[in-house]
Design a protein around this ligand. Structure first.
Ligand SMILES: NS(=O)(=O)c1ccc(C(=O)NCc2ccccc2F)cc1
Ligand SMILES: [Zn+2]
Length: 261
């Protein structure tokens, strides 16, 4: 169906036709070549401060290209590290691959994909609101957490239990239990890479300071499979949602900094 940005036309490789910025200087995602990242002691000197609260997640919606847990941001703020101001949490969603495939994440590390990638989206509070911030060069900060197959993650499972309630694009339910997005941070969230990039879906605004956690979060193989039980529209009708990721694009004239040596 026309509406599916990954499956209509030639998919991500055709986005530049409608969104010329797709071939811009600070697009995302990128491959993180660990031989070319640069340790920046300033990132360690001013540690990233990630604050989440138990009461910040209001609802979960099927956006037609992922699930999205939306927050009013109360008590959920990000500052320090590469950031020059305070960013407020707005939502988290994910991107993933297909059954029995190793692809799925958007960022890759030394050319290697993870099966899925979580994005925790924050907006710069120097702007009035998310919509005002979304297209400014310093408007957004997104924490990316890779998922890897391992032990079950009961916390994420509580969110996945809601997937059956949002079967179609636009479907939305309230989250009536406490869920602290901090549960989705990897055990060690001091080690990260950071670079200036963009939204990874149209309109691809070059407004994101990316903070990519080095350590992946373990979830079970079943939980990776449950991501694909969400549904989306395709040219052949409604089907399981998968491969909702943009592959890496050229780094161009950027250096990815590391918070660790
Ligand atoms: N995958 S990601 O890089 O983390 C990403 C984060 C947020 C958006 C978004 O808010 N799009 C809707 C949107 C776009 C433009 C203006 C307002 C919007 F709500 C898109 C991609
Ligand atoms: Zn995303």
């Amino acid at each position: 169906k026309r509406g599916n940005i990954y499956l209509s036309g030639a998919g991500p490789s055709a986005w530049h036709e409608e969104y010329p910025v797709a071939k811009g200087k600070r697009q995302s995602p990128v491959d993180i070549n660990t031989n070319k990242t640069k340790f920046d002691p300033k990132l360690a000197a001013d540690p990233l401060t990630i604050r989440f609260s138990d009461s910040c997640c209001q609802s979960i919606v099927n956006t037609g290209i992922s699930f999205q847990v939306t927050s009013n941001g109360a008590g959920c703020e990000l500052s320090g590290g590469p950031l020059d101001s305070t960013y407020q949490f707005a939502q988290f969603h994910a991107h993933w691959g297909a059954y029995l495939k190793t692809t799925g994440s958007e960022h890759t590390v030394d050319g290697v994909s993870y099966p899925a990638e979580l994005h925790l989206v924050h907006w710069n509070t120097k702007y009035d609101d998310f919509k005002d911030a979304v297209d400014k060069p310093d408007g957004l900060a997104v924490i990316a957490v890779f998922f890897k197959r391992g032990k079950e993650h009961p916390g994420f499972g509580k969110i996945q239990d809601l997937f059956s309630k949002i079967p179609a694009k636009g479907a939305k339910v309230n989250i009536d239990f406490e869920f602290n997005p901090g549960l989705l941070m990897p055990p060690d969230s001091e080690n990260y890479w950071t670079y200036l990039g963009s939204l990874t879906t149209p309109p691809l605004y070059e407004s994101v300071t990316w903070i990519v956690m080095k350590e992946p979060l373990e979830v079970s193989v079943e939980q990776i499979a449950i991501l694909r039980t969400l549904l989306w529209e395709t040219p052949n009708g409604v089907s399981q949602m998968y491969n909702n990721f943009r592959p890496p694009v050229p780094l161009r004239d950027r250096v990815i900094r590391a918070s660790f040596g």
